[in-house]
Design a protein around this ligand. Structure first.
Ligand code: G3H
Length: 254
């Protein structure tokens, strides 16, 4: 059992999608649709490509829709061509940053230690890190899902009781239309909560929002968001369509 009710967070990860005109329209529709009814149910976060963070943060002022980024470099500044420091994201108006997404782990070789360093950088800059973990299909089929998630969590979440969101994203569920059963999601989320409790104590662990991510859509959101210890969703494809993103938020339990 969670022991504490947490306010759901519905986060949209736009990945490498979005140009300023069309993307701005989508953000505008999200802001417009985030009415009192939805605000009573969930926090909303949009994580566009880095090129749009500044403009989106400016457009979202006063709307209560938060803006985040998709990764950050561990260092404050220096000779790191093409990289963006957490402080720069904060300066641009971001309040969250995703770290350790499986696409960055797979395509950019980020290790748990790298992810932990990025999460620490986020905290240093005053951002909330969203630390991503999740097993591959082969790992789940081999009965190793909890072992893999536990190791990623232990290695990627920094010490200390700073701001933290964790997203469980089974790699095989991302962009595939496949989702784990609700029982499987419940098992992993309860396991993550227990891991955090044993490391940090219940007072901190019970306040950490644990998101589920991987093929969340309006049609499956209510069932996934009703699972014990699921405190929101990290949404990829469906977050690019304002009506779908808002419908997912509307599916949060009242
Ligand atoms: O960060 C978001 C996830 O990778 C999920 O993506 P998806 O909703 O397109 O499956």
């Amino acid at each position: 059992m969670s022991g504490q009710k947490r306010r759901p967070l519905i986060a949209g990860n736009w990945k490498m999608n979005g140009l300023k005109i069309a993307g701005g329209r989508t953000l505008g529709a999200v802001i417009e649709g985030y009415d009192a009814g939805l605000r009573a149910k969930a926090d909303l976060l949009v994580c566009p490509p880095a090129t749009l963070v500044y403009a989106f943060a400016a457009a979202a002022v006063g709307s209560r829709v938060a803006i985040g980024a998709q990764t950050c470099h561990p260092e404050i500044s220096g000779a790191h061509t093409g990289e963006i420091a957490a402080e720069m994201l904060a300066d641009a108006g971001a309040s969250y940053v995703i770290v350790g997404h499986s696409e960055r782990r797979a395509f950019n070789g980020e290790t748990d230690a790298d992810v932990r360093a990025r999460a620490l950088a986020a905290r240093r800059a005053g951002l909330t890190p969203i630390v991503c973990v999740g097993e591959t299909r082969e790992e789940r089929d081999a009965g190793r899902a909890l072992e893999v998630v536990g190791a990623q969590l232990a290695g990627s979440v920094p010490d200390g009781e700073g701001p933290l969101v964790v997203a469980y994203e089974p790699v095989w569920a991302i962009g595939t239309g496949l989702t784990p059963t609700e029982a499987d999601v419940a098992e992993v989320h309860a396991f993550m909560r227990a891991q955090l409790r044993s490391r940090f104590g219940a007072a901190f662990a019970d306040g950490v929002r644990l998101l589920y991510g991987g093929s969340v859509k309006p049609s499956n959101a209510a069932a996934l968001l009703a699972v014990e210890d699921v405190d929101g969703a990290l949404v990829g494809g469906a977050s690019l369509v304002a009506a779908d993103f808002l419908a997912i938020a509307a599916a949060c339990p009242a």
